[in-house]
Ligand binder design. Structure first.
Ligand code: ZN
Ligand code: ZN
Length: 150
């Protein structure tokens, strides 16, 4: 289980297994991608400094990735702790949706990189557009403001 992997990673790097760390991890497991502010709202029992410190620690240990979504940065668990996946981000409401597996895309990315003589370690793929709800809003012309572009 992932939680066991986290515990052994913390121990191996001489960090304590603390309740705030386990709770932060649990929140990240439940949500596909969160901004730091959203994360802080979901871990209300702890002071911000602890959350910031633990985010930095998780980043250092490779537990999390930072997703750069235009001008926004979101945090999610790295591929070590969850199944590798790609994202769809709605440019209107900011919702991040995990896309279904596409083994053919993974294979194509790998062969493209191999052909260039690189050794890939990981990758992120993000598709931006409108989620079904925002697409419908846009269609019915009730979408007042222009989408935020990056
Ligand atoms: Zn949307
Ligand atoms: Zn991929």
């Amino acid at each position: 289980m992932e939680i066991r992997r986290l515990k052994s990673l913390l121990k191996k790097n001489k960090h304590y297994i603390t309740k705030p760390r386990l709770r932060l991890f649990a929140v990240l497991q439940k949500h596909p991608a969160l901004t730091v502010n959203q994360l802080i709202l979901l871990v209300p029992k702890h002071d911000q400094a602890t959350v910031y410190r633990n985010i930095a620690l998780f980043e250092e240990l490779g537990v999390i990735n930072r997703l750069r979504l235009g001008w926004l940065t979101k945090i999610e668990l790295s591929d070590i702790f969850q199944h590798h996946h790609h994202h769809f981000t709605c440019i209107n409401c900011g919702k991040v949706i995990t896309l279904p597996d596409q083994p053919a895309i993974e294979k194509n990315i790998k062969s493209m990189v191999d052909k260039q003589g690189f050794k890939a370690m990981d990758h992120q793929l993000e598709i931006r557009g409108y989620c079904p709800r925002c697409k419908e809003l846009k269609r019915t012309k009730s979408l007042q403001s222009e989408p935020v572009s990056s």
